[in-house]
Design a binder for this molecule. Structure first.
Ligand code: HEC
Length: 468
């Protein structure tokens, strides 16, 4: 990520991008998402093919290349890349025309092969989620064939527009919240800022959808919205008052003192580039009490752009009643919060695991599902800080079998988001909800433990649950 600094959008040179891509590939090498057998078809050893040899190859057969930009590649990029790779968007360069794509073809291939692009963090084969961007092995093979056969443009009329997945968005915006005044990041390169915002309703309401409206996409890396119950508002007001300017400094959570799992804040929604947001599953919503507040946590990164004023907003759909009240169940080993999650300095692989049947205790944190009854999990979010390398959530059934909920084999703090299950998952009493986290503290000179500071760590699952 340090190479952000050398990217200048106006003068982006291919050499820089290539050097950068090599860097990007480094951390993805352990988890190649590529079916190598499928992609090596038709390649003469998989090495980079120069233009000259590629043209000769195509010429020697006398046939026009079968894979062209307009024929296959354009639609593929529109489906998997263009949501971020347009001018002024979160990605550092556009991939919308042949002239933009052609000089970057080797870089594109390297990123796709390394599994770093498109940035879809869940491991394949765990389960299906709404909005999965992953390319098939067949798509990747086609991309290889295009690059290796000389990356021809082809005839524009060969283009067939892709069928874009249904846009998951908010059907209604009932509440829009943002910092009352724009905030210009002061800490460089990372500024983690929390804004305490009033929840405008004076009766009980339910949040039934959430989306983020990032203001300055060059700076806003991720956004998490937390609900703060009326009983905790004073604590957060004190944090806000203690710092000048809009908001206050925070890092891994909303900033309040964490004394038990529930006081880590009620996760309303999390956004990272490419996140799916919008209406919650039909009939479900998270209860907000009158007098509650929302903490908006924004991670600004100013390596690529000069700090500028930002007024990122979050939008909510709100209903008075819902069929199935939902709860964002935070999941961690309570003893971790008391210093029981040591991550010793100098160790490259430290893991902690926790599994328990929550059904006898659910009443301790929510009344949306009765004690000792089944419940349904509709979405999962994982949270660690910057030393995290791997995270996994699963259900260990009473018979010993396992159901995977979410597996993040290369954790990246910058790509935190909520993953909504394509099919809701039932949890039965007697099953155990399992959480695994792994960290790398090899470069650290001090031991790390649970906390919400930049030098602390967490291992937290957040599950959107309802009654069946
Ligand atoms: C969800 C948004 C998003 C999507 C979708 C996306 N990108 Fe990116 N891309 C980014 C961002 C942001 C960066 C800047 C580096 C970073 O933050 O990881 C980037 C960087 C890159 C880079 C340079 C760094 C690297 O990893 O090599 C390449 C090449 C790239 N993208 C290609 C693609 C291709 C090809 C696709 C589609 C197959 C794609 N991207 C889809 C957001 C996206």
């Amino acid at each position: 990520m340090a190479s952000w600094a050398v990217i200048d959008r106006r003068g982006l040179s291919v050499a820089i991008v290539v050097a950068w891509a090599v860097g990007c590939g480094d951390d993805g090498t352990s988890s190649l998402a590529v079916d190598t057998e499928a992609v090596s078809t038709g390649s003469d050893g998989g090495g980079a093919t120069t233009d000259a040899t590629a043209t000769e190859d195509a010429g020697s057969t006398g046939a026009p290349p079968e894979v062209t930009y307009h024929g296959q590649v354009r639609a593929m990029l529109e489906l998997h890349c263009v949501s971020c790779h347009t001018a002024g968007n979160i990605a550092p360069f556009p991939l919308t025309t042949y002239d933009e794509v052609m000089p970057l073809r080797e870089t594109i291939l390297a990123a796709v092969d390394a599994g770093t692009m498109p940035p879809w963090m869940p491991e394949a084969g765990c389960r299906d989620y709404v909005g999965d961007l992953t390319m098939t092995a067949e798509d990747i093979a086609t991309l290889h064939e295009w690059v290796e056969s000389g990356a021809a443009e082809g005839a524009p009329d060969a283009y067939v527009a892709p069928e874009l997945p249904p846009n998951v968005s908010l059907s209604r915006v009932d509440v829009s919240l943002s910092s009352p005044e724009p905030y210009t990041p002061t800490a460089s390169p990372d500024d983690y800022r929390c804004f305490l915002l009033d929840w405008p309703h004076e009766e009980v309401t339910y949040v039934t959808g959430f989306q983020t409206v990032p203001d300055d996409l060059t700076m806003v890396h991720h956004v998490i919205a937390f609900g703060v119950g009326p009983d905790k508002v004073a604590e957060y007001e004190a944090l806000d008052a203690a710092e000048p300017g809009a908001g206050y400094t925070c890092f891994g959570g909303p900033g309040g003192e964490i004394t038990d799992v529930d006081s880590a804040g009620l996760w309303l929604g999390a956004w990272a580039p490419g996140s799916i947001a919008g209406d919650f599953p039909e009939g479900t919503g998270i209860r907000m009490e009158p007098g509650a507040k929302v903490v908006l946590q924004i991670h600004y990164n100013t390596l690529v752009a000069e700090p500028r004023p930002d007024q990122t907003a979050v939008e909510f759909r709100v209903d008075d009643q819902v069929e199935k009240p939902a709860h964002m169940m935070l999941w961690a080993n309570p003893s971790w919060l008391q210093g029981g999650m040591p991550i010793p300095a100098g160790q490259a692989s430290v893991s902690h695991e926790f599994e328990l049947d929550p059904t006898p205790y659910v009443n301790l944190f929510t009344d949306v599902v009765p004690v000792d009854e089944p419940f349904v999990i509709m979405a999962a979010t994982h949270h660690m800080h910057t030393l995290g390398t791997r995270g996994r959530h699963s259900i260990v059934h009473a018979d010993g079998s396992e159901t995977c909920l979410l597996s993040l084999p290369r954790w990246d703090f910058n790509w935190q988001s909520q993953y909504r299950f394509a099919e809701p998952q039932r949890f039965n009493p007697g099953d155990k909800l399992r959480l695994e986290c792994e960290w790398n503290n090899a470069a650290g000179d001090s031991d790390v433990n649970w906390g919400d500071g930049t030098r602390d760590e967490m291992c937290l699952g957040a599950f959107f649950i309802t009654a069946p």
